[in-house]
Each structure stands twice: as C-alpha cells, then as structure tokens.
Design a protein around this ligand. Structure first.
Ligand SMILES: N[C@@H](CCC(=O)N[C@@H](CS)C(=O)NCC(=O)O)C(=O)O
Length: 274
C-alpha cells in the first residue's frame, strides 16, 4: 500500500473518494442570488496543469469574457502549502532564485501568497484540500464557487450581457439529455477516473481504475473515429481538456500508462480541431 495523496479522501480499500466542493453559490443576472453578474467584479484563479481549471479557462475564452472576468494562474509547483501565487521561475528546478517561502505575490487582486488564503477568507474553519479553479468575488472578498461543473454553466449563460460571444451556447437544450449522460460517463471514467487511478493506494484498486480509464478512452476513440464531434453539434465541449491533461501531465505524474492517449488518433485530432 502506498501513502495516500489525501488521506481524508481514501477508502479502506484504497480508493480515492473525492471531497465535495465547498463553495457553490451561483451568479445571477436576475437578482435571485447575492452575486449579480457584473464586469470586473469576479476573478478566476486557475492552474494550467489542472483539467478542471483548464475547462473554465477554455469557457472564459470561448465566450469572450477575458475583459469581464480577470484571471490569475498559480505557480505549477505545489508543495505542502498548496497552490502559491509565485513567479514560476522561482520554483523551476535549478533556478537560482529558489527560497520557495520568500516571494512576492503574483496575485493582482488580493496580494495572496497562497490560494489557501482565499479559502480561509471565505470560511475561517476550512480544513479540506485547497483546489483550483476558484471564482473569487472582489466585492465580498469571498469565494463564490470552486466547482468547475458550476463555473462553466455560469460562464456560458450568466455574463451574456458582457460576453463577446453571447450567442454561442455550449449547453444546447436540444441535446441536453444526451449531454448529461455523456458528461456523467466522462466524469466517472475519465475526468475523475484519472484521479482514481493516480491516487489509488492498493494495487488491485489501481489496476481496476486503470482498466476503467483506458476502456473508456478506447470507447471515446471508437466514437470519434466515426464522427469529428462527440455530437453533431461542434459547440458541445466536454472532456477535451482532461484528455490533453492526461497526455501532457497526468500520465507523467501519476499513472504509468497502458499506452499514452497521444496514440489515440481520433480523440487527439478531435480535441485539436474542436
Ligand atoms: N471539484 C473540483 C476539482 C478540482 C480539483 O481537483 N483540482 C485539483 C487540481 S486538478 C487541485 O487543485 N488539487 C490540489 C491538491 O490536491 O492539493 C472541480 O470540479 O472544480
């Protein structure tokens, strides 16, 4: 048995059981929540290594919200203090700067050094794993939402007054049911599947999780070898960022692969062309 990445999220049989997202308030444009849609009020904190955060970055860009919602990228190097607002040059292996504790903050909004400060500013008793993405409200100085499953739909519809591409709908109603079904499959088997494989602490659990993951990738490969898009509609985007991150990050740091998804030609070309 190998030590757990997050002991609180480990079952007795060595499975990774993801913590619930702590902050799930909604932004509204009809006054129904305390967080009205506004330009310049909200800020997105992300890591480029994180597939969940990457999807929020893609949504922000595709909807044309760069001028409405600011964004700060954390240092890709993460130690036991968690995500840091640090110049990546400082943590680069072999860097002359080093001294990882002594750095100027790269967070232009609050001057935080660590993302954990945003979590404790929102809930002083927060004791769980500090994760990206985070959607921060500059006015109340609280996290509005730290769940990618919410942030993407929020970006899709709530800021349309300010969005450059307000008419593009990434959650089309006509394929809603199919969309949800496929999203659940992708979440269970691929998006969260890579974490189940990477963070398994027992051999058998690891093997079962890996098999599920690569079987699912094979299924998607088959589906995309017949059609360029997951649905007829090119706007519906799903697991793409996870697949890129599996290839570029996750295979390298947490799973020894059966084969690299880079060899899954149809998935890769579909991800690149959508
Ligand atoms: N439920 C979150 C998941 C976010 C998540 O797991 N983020 C990971 C990076 S991919 C993280 O920040 N991990 C920090 C850690 O493990 O300490 C979402 O859907 O947005």
């Amino acid at each position: 048995m190998v030590p757990a990445h997050a002991p609180a999220e480990q079952t007795d049989s060595g499975e990774f059981q993801r913590q619930e997202d702590a902050f799930r308030e909604w932004i509204s444009n009809d006054g129904s929540t305390p967080y009205p849609a506004a330009a310049g009020r909200y800020h997105l904190y992300v890591s480029l290594a994180c597939p969940w955060a990457s999807r929020t970055i893609i949504f922000r860009k595709l909807k044309g919200l760069e001028d409405t919602i600011g964004m700060t990228i954390v240092d890709p190097f993460r130690d036991e203090k968690g995500w840091a607002f640090r110049d990546p040059e400082r943590s680069r292996p072999g860097s002359a700067l080093n001294k990882l504790d002594e750095f100027e903050s790269t967070d232009p909004v609050s001057g935080f050094h660590y993302l954990s400060q945003a979590y404790t500013a929102t809930d002083p008793n927060f004791k769980e794993r500090v994760t990206v993405p985070v959607l921060w409200d500059k006015k109340t100085r609280k996290i509005v939402n730290n769940c990618e499953d919410d942030i993407c739909p929020i970006f899709n519809s709530v800021f349309n007054e300010f969005a450059k591409n307000k008419d593009i709908d990434f959650f089309p109603k006509d394929i809603e049911a199919e969309h949800i079904k496929l999203s659940e499959f992708l979440y269970d088997n691929i998006n969260n599947g890579v974490y189940r494989a990477g963070f398994a602490t027992r051999q058998r659990t690891y093997e079962t999780s890996c098999k599920k993951l690569f079987d699912a990738l094979d299924e998607m490969e088959k589906r995309l070898s017949k059609s360029r898009y997951l649905f007829g509609n090119p706007n519906a985007i799903f697991g793409a960022s996870s697949i890129i991150r599996i290839s570029k990050v996750i295979c390298l740091i947490s799973i020894s692969t059966r084969e690299s998804p880079r060899r899954s030609a149809s998935i890769t070309s579909s991800v690149i062309t959508t």
